[in-house]
Structure formats: C-alpha cells, structure tokens
Design a protein around this ligand. Structure first.
Ligand code: DLZ
Length: 158
C-alpha cells in the first residue's frame, strides 16, 4: 500500500508485548541529516512510549544509507542488542544511485535480520524529491521513524 494511503504514525499496538527490558540499536545515516534526525527522534519517542528505557537505546551514525547494512551488522552481532532500527533518506537524482543504494540496503538488512535472527527495521525513506521526503519525516504522511520503531516492537512481540 502506498504511504499516501496510510499515515506512517498509525500502527496497530494491540499485539504489542511488554518490551520494557529490550535493548534497541539505531543506525542513522548522515546524508540528509536534517531529515534523518527527525526520523530518529520519531523512532526514539516511539520506543520510549512503549516502555523501552532511554539507557537501552543505542544511537550510532554511519556516513550514508549504503553503510546502514554494515552498521546494522555491527550492532546485531552484539548479544545484548535485541533489535536494530536503520534510518536513512535516499532522494532520486540525475543518476541511478538511488536504485543501487535502495536495493543494496533492502537486501542487506534482510540478510542481517536472518543471519542474526533479530528484527532489523527498514526506516529508509526513498523518494523522488525533497518534498516527498519531508512529507514522510513528520509531514503530511507521518514519520517513517515511528513506523520503523513500531515494526521492531511488533517483531519483538512475535
Ligand atoms: C553518494 C550518495 C548519494 C548520491 N546520495 C545519497 C542519498 O541520497 N542518501 C544517502 O543516504 N546516501 C547517499 N549517498 C552516499 C552513499 O549512501 C554512501 O555513503 C557512499 O556512496 C559511500 O559508500
């Protein structure tokens, strides 16, 4: 379903378990950091809202979205980390860089999740322009960071 049909802030918490003892790593890409900061805040606020302790949230940065996969792996291989949220913004430009990055991150994060048997959320905003990215970072479509955090809590409740 397109994001235009579903606000990213709306999620079903009916099946959320008690996650108050869980530890969550967050990896944030520095490209478009004025937007990834907003996404990260959305993710952290959502984790806190559902009982995860501030001291159990570990925020790390990587240069760009392409590096999210290795950042996620660095965190996932730490036994004390229960789940990872990856946050980035890839905006289409003149070349096909966005395609390469987006597919690499989607495949990479899937592999990390399966390899470590831990939830790894895809908090990557992939858009045609800046306006669409802002719409998904606290704008009219909600906040992709909120959605990513809710996905992790949902999977920790599985
Ligand atoms: C190189 C690049 C470009 C062109 N665009 C983006 C982008 O829109 N969003 C993003 O997160 N990163 C971008 N990068 C950087 C790559 O993700 C990566 O950091 C570099 O290619 C170095 O590996």
């Amino acid at each position: 379903m397109a994001t235009a049909l579903k606000n990213l802030n709306d999620y079903n918490k009916a099946n959320f378990a008690d996650v108050s003892d869980k530890k969550v790593g967050i990896v944030v890409a520095e490209w478009h950091n004025e937007i990834t900061d907003v996404l990260c805040t959305g993710a952290i606020d959502t984790l806190l809202k559902h009982g995860i302790k501030k001291e159990n949230i570990f925020r790390n940065t990587v240069p760009g979205s392409f590096e999210l996969t290795l950042g996620a792996q660095f965190l996932a291989l730490q036994p004390e980390i229960d789940a990872v949220i990856c946050i980035g913004v890839v905006i289409k430009g003149d070349t096909k860089h966005d395609d390469y990055i987006n597919h690499a991150v989607a495949n990479g994060l899937t592999n990390v999740a399966l390899k470590f048997n831990k939830p790894v959320a895809f908090g990557l905003v992939t858009t045609n322009n800046l306006e669409q990215a802002l719409d998904r970072a606290g704008g009219k479509h909600g906040n992709k960071g909120v959605e990513a955090a809710a996905a992790v809590i949902g999977m920790l409740s599985f």
